[in-house]
Write a protein that binds this ligand. Structure first.
Ligand code: ADP
Ligand code: ADP
Length: 226
């Protein structure tokens, strides 16, 4: 069974040309799927419909075998990692990572073991008592990923997570995201307009253009095309 199934998904904002125009795409359990294409092609809109931040005009969104069109984001058990980190500046790294577990009223002992596991994976152990302002851009990005990891969501969704970072850090974070995803084996959908990210990170790359799914293939298949 696919982790995420999209069936004839359409999104219209007003009466213009559809932002997403009849996209059908299955994402396998554990797969790293890239959504790539030029600005305005509908990548963010599609991702936001998976997460539940945007209503679907028509079509079916199925997650874990269940139709979720009418489900709120928190009922979908997905973890979104934003480009701008969305960290709480007044909370420590520890409390930022712990935040979703606090909301779920988990015991202190369980919170502690989950946060420490995530910090270990992300090499943030030394920084748990710092505030976001005392961290580098890459470390902040890792805290945002830590928050996604502790939720044990059924999928990670990334919206251009590296576009605010400089080239060197971007390369480094690309490697880290890849390593982490392989290790956890969590289904991942990753939006980017960066060809290098698309070709190095994805098991498959879905190429969007003007709201249409032009093709979906492995990086190797795309690379070998004439
Ligand atoms: P991408 O992420 O590929 O840059 P988007 O999904 O943001 O593309 O946008 C796809 C199209 O939908 C664009 O033409 C954009 O202007 C339009 N669009 C996106 N969000 C809205 C919105 N909230 N209201 C109206 N039009 C929107
Ligand atoms: P991205 O870089 O991810 O495509 P944008 O900067 O285009 O994002 O859009 C930022 C926000 O504005 C998004 O929430 C998107 O839905 C919204 N948006 C984009 N295009 C339009 C539009 N034409 N009208 C209204 N809102 C829009």
């Amino acid at each position: 069974m696919a982790a995420i199934e999209m069936k004839n998904i359409v999104k219209r904002y007003g009466d213009g040309f559809p932002a997403v125009n009849d996209i059908s795409l299955d994402i396998a359990d554990g797969e790293f799927m890239i959504l790539v294409g030029p600005s305005g092609c509908g990548k963010s809109t599609l991702l936001r419909m998976i997460v539940g931040l945007e209503d679907i005009t028509s079509g079916d969104m199925v997650i874990g075998g269940e139709r979720v069109n009418d489900k709120a984001p928190r009922e979908r058990n997905l973890a979104m990692v934003f480009q701008n980190y969305a960290l709480y500046p007044h909370l420590t790294v520890y409390e930022n990572i712990a935040f979703p577990l606090r909301l779920a009223k988990m015991s202190d002992a369980d919170v502690s073991s989950k946060v420490e596991n995530a910090a270990e994976l992300l090499e943030l152990n030394e920084h748990l008592q710092r505030k976001p302002s005392q961290l580098s851009g890459g470390q902040r990005q890792r805290v945002a990923m830590g928050r996604a990891i502790v939720r044990e969501a059924s999928a990670f969704l990334f919206d251009e997570p590296l576009s605010n970072l400089d080239a060197k850090l971007r390369g480094q974070m690309r490697t880290e995201i890849s390593r982490l995803q392989r290790r956890l084996g969590t289904t991942t959908v990753y939006v980017t307009h960066d060809q290098t990210e698309a070709m190095t990170l994805g098991d498959r790359v879905a190429v969007l253009r003007k709201g249409i799914l032009q093709q979906c293939a492995s990086p190797r298949e795309l690379y070998e095309q004439p």
